[in-house]
Write a protein that binds this ligand. Structure first.
Ligand code: G6Q
Length: 548
């Protein structure tokens, strides 16, 4: 086990930088961004960082140079440098599952050498990528035919969690680049409505299913896959049709074969790719089918550019490190419970949902690597919606509520759909929100507008509400890869500081086990087993009665 993983870790709250930050935070709570900007006219230029075409303005955060110095010290004292090296070199830093964490190998160049248990994994990555590209080309060009000789025009990805959220998000994000004469849909929920609605207007003869499941045992995915099989065979009426209409993305060849999919039509990945870190593995097959291999490879280049930046750039200029440290700052020293992600880009409408899994499944942990209960807060709740929509609903609370909600505002200099002055209007809102949140409106300013005294308190904006502004050039596949990698590594930075395992997900297990047990009780004829509490038993019985 690595010296960077569990041993020699001083508890976080004992680190000198942590203690210093605690004292420092006391003074910072009283300081206002108005004053910080006033005393340093260059602040908006100085507190920025830029890398790989991503400009990050973090000047509207409640930090001073001293805050940043201490946060950077915290990163050093937390062993972040060594942890980054450990991750990139394939050490088994996912200690509870005894696995390497190598999503970065998925975008490594062909000549890179990254070893897991003595074996270089890079050739395998490229072999799968090449097979995906070959398959995508055949489907997109129409040379891959359905069982009855018709062209495939519909692709349905069946998967859930990490095997769904990345593909959906990437498809929506890159829709501009997608093959428009094809339809892409995503079925994840075990609620039959999801499957029914996704297929109701499709013809099985023209439909390809991608069954995406790392384990190929996930209840929802396997249930939907069986339903898909029945749906397809009802029309195609021959088991042999499965080979033409079903492909699998999995690490489990045995179960794939059992399902009836030829392993020639299986695209593999590896146990060192966590589900929520897998959108650039074969799990991205639907993305590649939608946008083509070239665009998919461009996206990988974007990921790689940020990987290199994260690995090599000094922390003070390192975007994911700064992002991660700022999240720690508010979570632990300002008691902020959430972070809002607000992309001003309609194509990124599923980005907050994607980030929810990435961040919350990774850092929603309450014990350290060595199993101690933490005595500080860990992963905040991530949420959000695209701007400007959110401005007309929940922004009220961000502006005038009682809670502190740091926000990530994400904008692009150029739009993919230039229509009149829409884009300038959109971007005006990005900048206006950041400004309003930071500086607010004082009672004097409100009064000066002629507001009657009784109304003044209602119209005051305290301001001092922190934002990061991300400005990118254009939403290209490469830019998407960069954005995702930034958050991946920010999550890693946070997890390192909190001394938790960001790569396991034991918290999703208990519900799964209990559901399996209860399914038996719902389907059986007898009374609900007596092993539940009285609430659960009553609910089960009532459901069975009402269901009829
Ligand atoms: C992600 C999680 C989880 C996983 C799903 C689907 O990090 O592990 O969301 O991706 O449970 O798992 P399968 O791909 O094995 O079906």
């Amino acid at each position: 086990m690595s010296a960077t993983a569990t041993d020699l870790q001083t508890p976080l709250t004992q680190l000198p930088a942590w203690k210093a930050l605690q004292a420092h935070a006391e003074t910072m709570r009283a300081r206002h961004l108005r004053e910080l900007f006033k005393s340093d006219p260059e602040r908006g230029k100085r507190l920025t960082a830029e890398a790989e075409g991503v400009y990050l303005d973090y000047s509207k955060h409640r930090v001073t140079d001293e805050t940043l110095r201490l946060l950077l010290e915290l990163a050093e004292q937390s062993g972040l440098r060594a942890r980054i090296d450990a991750m990139f070199s394939g050490e088994k830093i996912n200690i509870t599952e005894k696995r390497a964490v190598l999503h970065t190998a998925l975008r490594a160049p062909k000549d890179a050498v990254i070893k897991v248990d003595g074996e270089n994994v890079v050739p395998g990555v490229h072999e799968v990528l090449d097979r995906m590209a070959d398959f995508s080309d055949r489907v997109r060009s129409g040379s891959w035919k359905g069982f009855t000789g018709r062209r495939i025009v519909n692709v349905i990805n069946i998967g859930i969690g990490g095997s769904d959220l990345g593909p959906v998000m990437a498809y929506e994000a890159l829709r501009h680049y997608s093959q428009r004469d094809m339809t892409f849909r995503f079925v994840s929920n075990v609620d039959g409505t999801d499957f029914a609605e996704a297929t109701h207007d499709l013809d099985p003869e023209e439909t390809l299913f991608i069954i995406s499941s790392k384990t190929f045992t996930t209840l929802e995915t396997m249930t939907n896959a069986q339903t898909a099989r029945e749906w397809a065979l009802k029309k195609l009426k021959d088991e042999k049709a499965v080979a033409k209409h079903f492909v699998a993305v999995s690490t489990n060849a045995k179960e794939v074969t059992k399902f009836g999919i030829d392993t020639a039509n299986m695209f593999g990945f590896w146990d060192w790719v966590g589900g929520r870190y897998s959108m650039d593995s074969a799990i991205g097959l639907s993305t590649m089918l939608a946008v083509g291999p070239e665009n998919f490879r461009a996206m990988l280049r974007g990921f790689r550019a940020i990987d290199e930046h994260f690995r090599k750039t000094p922390f003070e200029k390192n975007l994911p490190v700064l992002m991660g440290l700022l999240t720690v700052w508010y979570t632990d020293f300002f008691n902020a419970a959430t972070v809002a992600v607000l992309p001003y880009e309609q194509y990124l409408k599923r980005f907050p949902a994607y980030l929810q899994q990435l961040t919350m499944e990774s850092n929603g942990k309450h014990v350290t690597l060595s199993g101690e209960r933490v005595n500080y807060e860990t992963g905040p709740i991530f949420w959000g919606e695209p701007g400007t929509n959110g401005q007309h609903s929940f922004y009220q609370l961000i502006h005038q509520g009682t809670r502190l909600i740091p926000c990530d505002l994400i904008g692009f200099a150029r739009t993919l759909n230039p229509l009149g002055n829409h884009h300038d209007l959109l971007m005006a809102n990005v900048f206006a929100q950041g400004e309003a949140l930071a500086f607010g409106k004082t009672p004097e300013e409100v009064k000066a507008e002629g507001t009657p005294d009784w109304l003044v308190p209602h119209r005051v904006f305290e301001g001092n509400r922190p934002t990061s502004t991300f400005l990118l050039e254009e939403l290209t596949p490469e830019a998407l890869g960069k954005l995702v990698a930034l958050y991946e590594h920010s999550v890693f930075t946070q997890g390192t500081i909190w001394q938790i395992d960001s790569f396991d997900q034991w918290g999703v297990e208990l519900g799964k086990v209990l559901a399996k047990k209860i399914v038996g009780e719902l389907e059986g004829a007898g009374p609900a087993a007596g092993s539940h509490d009285s609430s659960t038993t009553t609910l089960i019985e009532r459901y069975r009665r009402q269901r009829g």
